[in-house]
Design a protein around this ligand. Sequence first.
Ligand SMILES: [Zn+2]
Length: 269
Amino acid sequence: MAIVYILGTGYCGTTVLGLSLGVHSAIVDMGELSYLLDNIKTKQSLENFYSKMSCYCGTIMQECSYWKDFYEILINNLDKSFAEKYLIHYNFFKKKNPDKIMVDSSMKLDYFNQIIKVIQKNEVYPILITKDIRNWSISVIKKHGGSVFKRFLGWYFRNRKFSKISYTHLKIGYEEFALFPEEILVKISNYLNIEFEKDMLEPYKSTSHLVWGNKMSKDSSRKSKIFYDYRWFNSYSVCLAFTLMPFVRKLNNTLVYSNNLISKFNYKK
Ligand SMILES: [Zn+2]
């Protein structure tokens, strides 16, 4: 019994990683579970979520075989703190899924720090996933605008926080995961003491019960295998900024290419 908590910044592949893991017969992906539990604070928000939010299994929460049974528990514990609710849910999960591993892909460090206060140390397995700053900046600028410089600093300060985590964790790079998914998924399986299963290479086969972070189910065009977006290769401004900021390059190299799978991406320090 364990919890995999996926740490990272947005747009760095946490959802796909969670889905991939969720395909494994011993794992259930709960998506961005911390966000979900933290955002259900009142009876009204509870009703809203249960009647409107759809689960990855294909139904709304109140009809989902997993979530419908949690309703009664949640309604009696709405006033509890986030950490208390997390523990209550974890005990529910363990009853529903004996011997299974739960994945929470909420990314945020704040949630993680609260979770490790209530869950035993030997039950939490954090995975930190980081996307190459060049690739990440292109995705974020396309979605939200902003200059390359601003996005670079945003990436840097957020990821510097992650790089200082003292809790034992596994570091993976999004590029390693997207380009060498099998090697990375084998590595994660070893970390979790489970056998790698080939089906994990097809994340959209996941039958998990994620609600918050359920964006993939609506995007059918990308529904096949794990793929890599090469757009940044052609972006002059992104590559220039990367050349001009050695501190950023250094952190990028440490976080994204720590498993040494992509030698051709490795540049001289
Ligand atoms: Zn469901």
